[in-house]
Design a protein. Structure first.
Length: 69
């Protein structure tokens, strides 16, 4: 289920997301333990993106008949 985030300030914008990392990034967090959780979610998101890029690279390499390396 999507969540609606509305920013305040001059550049008012509305974002609809179902991604927890996006929601956590938009919050101002002072608690050190909560900041650790936000950092962990960022690292997990980057790992997911890198794994997907690597998968796409290998698929494209094998489907195109090119040799990798």
């Amino acid at each position: 289920m999507g969540k609606i985030l509305q920013s305040t300030g001059r550049a008012r914008s509305v974002t609809v997301t179902n991604d927890g990392a996006t929601i956590l990034k938009s919050l101002h967090i002072d608690n050190p333990a909560a900041k650790v959780l936000v950092d962990i979610s960022k690292v997990q998101m980057m790992k997911l993106v890198m794994e997907q890029l690597l998968s796409l690279f290998w698929l494209e390499s094998f489907e195109g008949g090119r040799e990798v390396g």
